[in-house]
Design a protein around this ligand. Structure first.
Ligand SMILES: [Zn+2]
Length: 537
């Protein structure tokens, strides 16, 4: 009987502390859905009451499988739990669980909270009880636990024990400053278990300041903890948090762990790991780390040379795990079988059947590879990939043809002498031999283009009424002498289904137009049950 390790994702809360990262409500909804679909046990969404984004995010439950977790401070000293507005906000949030952060280093209790050690213990106990009484699962992040333990072991243990004895499902030991070493983590976790908090109620929250957040998490598991907190791609403050994208395959594929432990991510779910990691980077609008363990494009790449021919004879001689097990590719030469199998798999998930020896499949693979080399990113644009596959392998109904578009941008002064930018777009389309021309203006050129395109769609007009562009991301890719622009558009409709499309061009408006076109065509396909199997999952 294997012991279960629970996976707790804090991308949306601790990950938000990453310099340069700021999630919108839309981003948070999309990321929570990605984590939920992937199979993470706990998705921590943020800090309701602390800012308008998180308050709005917690107005609804955002996961269907995973436990949805709100984060917040334990009650303040000197205020009863029912009179603490912070606690009220947490109890009202539409979450399944509450993760309280509590001080467990006596120095911080005195300096940051300005209350006595006993008062802090009471705050922990009362907060946990309030959450449990409200029918929520309670957990306590013991902040600075390892440093606090080194300074005053008795007090750090008292905090952990108080949380446990008050009914917390999980007591999470945090290496908040990230400087603790694996042997110290192991020894301190053992001391906590010896003091009476059982390992099946303990979690680890490690930061990566010495590059050992993953190692520290595994050391804690070895010592007995059964919940791991981390983030997607290891994002987080300073050097980041423990990287779940590294921890999950290690637990699943390495015999040091998989003979004793299991997580919610079984072999089948693990196949989606690379896609999850890359889709998350696309959403953040940043380039994936090529050397990230397991999922980086270089993780299973071998430069031609002495290794390549041996690798082709027997890949296992040069790979620590099969790349397909995490949804990644072996990269040695262009038409490798691993790549082909992955393509067939990706198509199958979309309900598109294709034979392994169909020449159209080779054509599709070469088109995708060529397009990716010039900047397209299909991992972040599922709908565009699906359309490209349908176009190459079969047929897509010819709904309409674009005759052309024109965008004019004018900078002028209004009657009060203020600068005004006006964009005017003209779009010409043909439906059933009839040409329709629409004009629209807006402040931004893309907005004007979108308005003009959707102003008169002939017989399809009513079909795209509920199409909403939820997000728009632009990235400038530097290739050669000319900058290339990539635009990713997220769309949704009244079914609540979301899809992503991509456009690439030297011209930002053209790139936007391509992504916009794909979104509209995908919507028409989806309306006819010809597409959207993945998006609807
Ligand atoms: Zn943290």
């Amino acid at each position: 009987m294997k012991e279960r390790i629970y996976l707790f994702d804090t991308t949306l809360r601790d990950g938000q502390q990453t310099p340069g990262i700021d999630f919108s409500v839309e981003d948070k909804i999309a990321i929570a859905a990605m984590l939920d679909e992937f199979g993470i046990d706990y998705v921590e969404g943020g800090y309701p009451g602390a800012n308008p984004t998180d308050t709005a995010f917690f107005s609804e439950k955002r996961t269907s499988q995973a436990a949805f977790v709100a984060f917040g401070m334990t009650k303040r000293a000197g205020v009863s739990v029912s009179n603490d507005p912070g606690i009220a906000g947490l109890l009202q949030a539409k979450s399944d669980a509450i993760c309280f952060v509590a001080k467990s280093w006596d120095y911080h209790v005195a300096v940051a909270l300005g209350c006595t050690n006993e008062e802090n213990l009471e705050c922990i106990a009362e907060s946990v009880k309030a959450a449990v009484n409200a029918g929520k699962e309670a957990m306590v992040d013991c902040e600075h636990f390892f440093d606090g333990f080194k300074a005053n072991p008795a007090y750090a243990l008292a905090c952990a024990k108080t949380a446990y004895e008050s009914g917390a499902r999980w007591v999470v030991l945090c290496d908040t400053n990230g400087g603790t070493q694996p042997p110290e983590v192991r020894a301190i976790v053992e001391a906590v278990i010896a003091a009476g908090v059982p390992g099946h109620c303990l979690g680890i929250h490690a930061h990566n300041d010495t590059g050992q957040a993953v190692a520290n998490s595994l050391a804690a598991v070895e010592a007995g903890v059964r919940q791991i907190q981390g983030t997607l791609n290891g994002i987080g403050e300073r050097c980041g948090n423990a990287n779940l994208v590294t921890l999950i395959p290690t637990l699943a594929l390495k015999s040091a762990y998989n003979t004793r432990f299991e997580t919610a991510i079984d072999e089948e779910r693990l196949l989606n790991l690379t896609r999850l990691s890359h889709a998350f980077d696309e959403l953040l609008n940043r380039s994936p780390d090529h050397q990230m363990p397991y999922v980086g494009v270089s993780a299973f790449a071998t430069k031609a040379g002495i290794h390549a021919s041996a690798l082709l004879k027997d890949p296992r001689t040069y790979e620590h795990v099969p790349p397909e097990s995490v949804g990644n590719f072996r990269k040695v030469m262009v038409s490798d079988q691993g790549g082909k199998a992955n393509f067939i798999n990706a198509l199958k998930r979309r309900g598109i059947e294709v034979a392994k020896d169909d020449p159209k499949l080779d054509l599709l693979i070469s088109i995708v590879k060529e397009r990716e080399s010039i900047g397209y990113a299909y991992e972040g644009a599922d709908a565009s990939f699906e359309l490209l596959a349908c176009r190459t392998l079969g047929t897509i109904p010819e709904f309409f043809t674009i005759e052309g578009f024109r965008v004019m941008i004018e900078r002028r002064f209004d009657s009060l002498g203020r600068v005004k930018i006006v964009s005017e777009a003209v779009v010409k389309i043909t439906i059933d031999g009839q040409t329709l021309m629409s004009v629209a203006d807006a402040e931004g050129p893309v907005n004007a283009l979108d308005l003009a395109l959707r102003k008169d769609f002939g017989k399809y007009q009513h079909e795209i009424d509920d199409l909403v562009l939820a997000d728009f991301k632009v990235r400038i890719l530097n290739g050669g002498t000319e900058a290339i622009t990539r635009v990713l558009i997220e769309s949704t409709d009244s079914d609540g289904i979301r899809w992503w499309t991509v456009g690439v061009s030297e011209n930002i408006i053209d790139a936007s137009f391509q992504a916009l076109m794909d979104s509209v065509i995908y919507k028409l396909m989806k309306n006819r049950q010809l597409a959207g199997k993945i998006a609807a999952e």
